[in-house]
Design a binder for this molecule. Structure first.
Ligand code: F6R
Length: 616
């Protein structure tokens, strides 16, 4: 995700900002920028697309931008392409207010319309520019100070943010606000710092304050004040950071994969909120951002879902949901196969290509093939401005933020959500589900982040199990229907990071040959969530159990009768069975993670693998 650094003190700010931003590079970004004030002069703003080194060159290592007060940002594009115009900082036209921002302003369109009506104009496509101009609007309209103007803005803005702001009339001061996006304050001697993450300031200070949600900050060279929404100063404890720099990059987690597993509740919520809107008491799905109209959705006669690896597994899980809700035939194909086959695609088909990176060579080639055949294409992509995002006719972005661990977790979860949203959208546009069902499904979808959180909180049990089975040489992950798709993902995770030979099987298929591999102690993981199939999957598990397999079951809480059949049961909170993959995948991610750790492997960079596979 984006990175923020702020500095105020007696030293030159720009080199400190650039150095701080370099410590946040691991988070991923596609452009960067700084704003530095020299006394009461207007801030000098420099931005650059691409690597931070471009910004360093442009500013002569910061020397070309004098001043002792400044803010800096590395941007991971969410609203608008990764261009210099969209890079932060953003300012009001008269540079009265200038700010950097992490997070997502969900109601930015509504706020932008309000500001347009009040004579504001916009240079960028970002939600940040809207927030900046809203602060400026309240500041001028009510003739209030910075804290009041920010507080009024916070009341109007929905979404997540860490905002760091400078006001023309307040030289030598930096302001900030946060909700659901990280922000820390670093305390020095006659200097103070702000950052989105500890590594950015660790070379300067280990004394930090963590502002809470809905708190604001005023910072000078010698003063750090934290305010609540009423504008009252609140006492905040000062914490001593004891992590080393490497641990700090991982937010205190031992590996990026674990950090990303923990980020899932938030990114799932962000992805849902990018499409789901609430008007009065009713939820609506607004897919206009991806370009698909209701009419276009109604005309789709068949859907193809294409991807590689985990993205393909998202397709396998989602086909059951889409077929069931929208009653559209869905075919799921591996991109590397799809591109070389004559599959009889027809004009009313829609080809959905799922890709975290948006650069996977086979997925891109599959997309191009569909386009050559004149078929409509929709990309479900995480990286804004990537090749698949640029070339697809329609794009639905997942808001997972940068994923650093090679094995995908949070991007997978967001891709699933994107497919759920499309399934509901297609079904509702075609009149296959009524509005009451849409409401019910959205309300349930909004509970998923909390349910994922609950499963993660219970990780110690999985950790215990992993230590017991870390030396397994073979595992079978089985399930039927949608559970088979989950099994495929669980099995891939185990192979790629734990190096345990593992196979995913449609549970009913085992007895047609593979069951001969089952022997005493073989690990069989059964995913049993789909109400009409649970009993059948359990029978298949029991068949392997009676041949000596150790049975690990994943099922919804309430299915307690599994206790008598399996050796180890993990319960996931109840949800609409269409959403089962979003929950059942979490214990499987955790299991592979802990097995990998137990085996002493390189969790984040497994052998022979690359994060983005740009070769065929
Ligand atoms: C597995 C994994 C890979 C990717 C696959 C597609 O954990 O990460 O299987 O899912 O390489 O990558 P993207 O989504 O970038 O197209």
């Amino acid at each position: 995700m984006c990175g923020i650094v702020g500095y105020i003190g007696k030293k030159q700010a720009a080199p400190i900002l650039l150095e701080g931003l370099s410590k946040l590079e691991y988070r991923g970004y596609d452009s960067a920028g700084i704003a530095v004030r020299d006394g009461d002069q207007d801030p000098a703003v420099v931005k650059a697309q691409g690597r931070l080194s471009v910004l360093v060159d442009k500013t002569d290592g910061g020397r070309a931008v004098p001043g002792t007060c400044g803010i800096g940002h590395t941007r991971w594009a969410t609203h608008g392409e990764p261009t210099e115009t969209n890079a932060h900082p953003h300012a009001s036209d008269d540079i009265n207010v200038i700010a950097v921002h992490n997070g997502i302003i969900e109601n930015f369109q509504e706020l932008k319309d309000k500001l347009l009506r009040n004579g504001y104009t916009f240079q960028s496509e970002t939600d940040t520019e809207v927030a900046v101009k809203l602060i400026d609007y309240y500041y001028k309209k009510y003739q209030v100070g910075p804290i009041d103007a920010i507080a009024k803005t916070m009341v109007r803005v929905r979404g997540s943010y860490a905002l760091v702001v400078m006001f023309k009339d307040y030289p030598g001061e930096i302001y900030a606000a946060r909700k659901d996006s990280p922000l820390i304050l670093g305390l020095g001697e006659s200097e103070n710092f702000l950052a989105s993450d500890v590594p950015a300031i660790l070379d300067h200070t280990r004394k930090v304050i963590y502002p809470d949600n809905y708190e604001m900050v005023r910072m000078t060279t010698d003063i750090v004040e934290v305010y609540n929404l009423n504008g009252d100063v609140t006492e905040k404890p000062v914490t001593e950071v004891t992590w080393d720099a490497e641990a700090a990059e991982k937010g205190g987690y031992e590996h990026f994969m674990m950090k990303e597993i923990h980020e899932q509740p938030k990114v799932i919520k962000d992805t849902i909120n990018s499409v789901v809107k609430k008007q009065e008491d009713l939820y609506t799905l607004d897919l206009s951002g991806c370009g698909l109209s209701d009419d276009e959705m109604r005309q789709i006669s068949r859907v193809w879902i294409i991807g590689c690896g985990s993205a393909y597994h998202v397709g396998v899980c989602s086909q059951y949901v889409m077929e069931d809700l929208a009653e559209i035939p869905v075919r799921v194909e591996l991109a590397s196969e799809f591109r070389y086959r004559k599959l009889g695609l027809q004009k009313d088909d829609l080809v959905i290509v799922i890709s975290q990176s948006g650069e996977t060579a086979d997925s891109l080639a599959a997309l191009r093939k569909a386009k050559e055949l004149g078929i409509s294409t929709l990309g479900i992509v995480n990286v804004v401005g990537s090749s698949i995002a640029r070339e697809a006719d329609y794009v639905l972005y997942t808001l997972a933020g940068p994923e650093i661990a090679v094995a995908t977790t949070k991007a997978f979860s967001c891709q699933l959500i994107a497919c759920h949203l499309l399934s509901i959208g297609f079904a509702s546009a075609a009149g296959k589900i009524d509005n009451a069902t849409v409401q019910k499904m959205i309300v349930e979808m909004l509970t998923l982040p909390e349910k994922v959180e609950k499963i993660i909180e219970d990780k110690a049990r999985i950790q215990w199990f992993a230590s017991k089975f870390a030396h397994a040489s073979d595992a079978f992950v089985i399930g039927r229907g949608l559970d088979y798709g989950i099994a495929m993902e669980g099995s891939l995770k185990m192979k790629e990071i734990s190096y345990i030979h593992s196979e995913a099987y449609a549970a009913g298929e085992l007895k047609h040959g593979t069951i001969s591999l089952i022997e005493s102690g073989t690990l069989v993981i059964g995913v049993a969530t789909q109400p009409d199939l649970v009993k059948k999957t359990i029978s298949n598990m029991v068949e392997t159990g009676s041949r000596g397999a150790y049975l690990f079951a994943i099922t919804f809480s309430g299915n307690y009768y599994l206790e008598d059949r399996a050796d180890f049961v993990t319960y996931i909170p109840k949800t609409d069975p269409h959403y089962a993959a979003s929950l059942a995948v979490i214990p499987l991610q955790l299991l592979s993670y802990y097995m990998s750790v137990n085996r002493g492997l390189d969790v984040d960079k497994p052998r022979n693998l690359a994060k983005s596979v740009t070769v065929e």
